[in-house]
Design a binder for this molecule. Structure first.
Ligand SMILES: [Zn+2]
Length: 265
């Protein structure tokens, strides 16, 4: 990848990277990544992400937030703890936060309470949102409308939905994060259809590593663990789908990343 990219979402604190995290990060930068945003899913995880980001100043950034899966695990002091972490220099966005009714690891009620508090915090601190939504589109959208100012400053990460869902996110003001889902011909039909309606100035690109390894690459390399260095595979597929080339895609996604995540600029 000669053209620079920013991976706006990689779960680099995941234990699957415990034995070779530094190599994974170095390989990503060798492949031309300009920066990586390390996503967090809990208070504990956020602390890990921040200390990792401190080791690569200006190149690794962290999100700080509570994933809906962990909503029931939070204690009463989470807002205070989170607010402190959100003031750290390495933190670039609030998230992952949102709603996930697909797995329902936490009850819907708990998810909504924790999401609402994070939305209010993001408005207070004027931080962009790193948003996760699965099978909860209507509740998710109405909570954004209720608690955020318009346009909502945030990214719908790992978007895999329909063109109708895409349009409602665009109307809300969101950026759209595309992952290796786009490379999976068994299940990317909705997404490919939606992408036709995605304006280039709202596009962001992410691996969601270690998840969502691009399918053909997984076969080739005989591993299911995704890494930021494989972002180019997603970029190549997106360039085809959006009828553009890698250089333009690089320039546009860099600009979009810097527009949304103030500290990158
Ligand atoms: Zn997510």
């Amino acid at each position: 990848m000669a053209d620079p990219f920013i991976d706006i979402g990689a779960n680099l604190t995941d234990q699957s990277f415990d034995h070779d995290r530094e190599t994974v990060i170095e390989n990503a930068f060798d492949k031309g990544l300009e920066a990586i945003i390390v996503t967090s899913s809990s208070i504990k995880d956020t602390k890990k992400a921040i200390s990792l980001a401190k080791q690569y100043p200006g190149k690794l950034w962290a999100t700080a937030g509570i994933h809906p899966h962990n909503a029931e695990l939070t204690d009463k002091s989470f807002e205070q703890d989170l607010s402190k972490l959100l003031h750290q220099n390495e933190v670039i966005a609030l998230g992952e936060c949102g709603l996930d009714y697909f797995r329902n690891f936490s009850s819907k009620e708990a998810q909504k309470i924790v999401f609402e508090k994070q939305l209010i915090l993001s408005v207070e601190l004027q931080l962009p949102l790193f948003l996760h939504q699965r099978d909860a589109h209507d509740d998710f959208l109405s909570m954004l409308k209720e608690h955020c100012t318009h346009p909502v400053k945030g990214v719908a990460h790992c978007f895999t939905g329909t063109k109708e869902q895409l349009k409602s996110y665009l109307d809300a003001g969101l950026y759209i994060g595309i992952t290796g889902w786009v490379c999976d011909s068994r299940r990317n039909m909705d997404l490919l259809d939606a992408i036709k309606y995605l304006p280039k100035d709202r596009l962001l690109i992410e691996t969601d590593a270690p998840y969502l390894m691009p399918r053909l690459l997984a076969k080739q390399l005989k591993t299911r663990r995704n890494e930021p260095q494989f972002l180019g595979e997603i970029a190549n597929e997106l360039a085809i789908q959006m009828q553009t080339n890698i250089s333009e895609l690089s320039a546009i996604t860099l600009e979009n990343s810097k527009n949304l995540f103030d500290r990158l600029g």
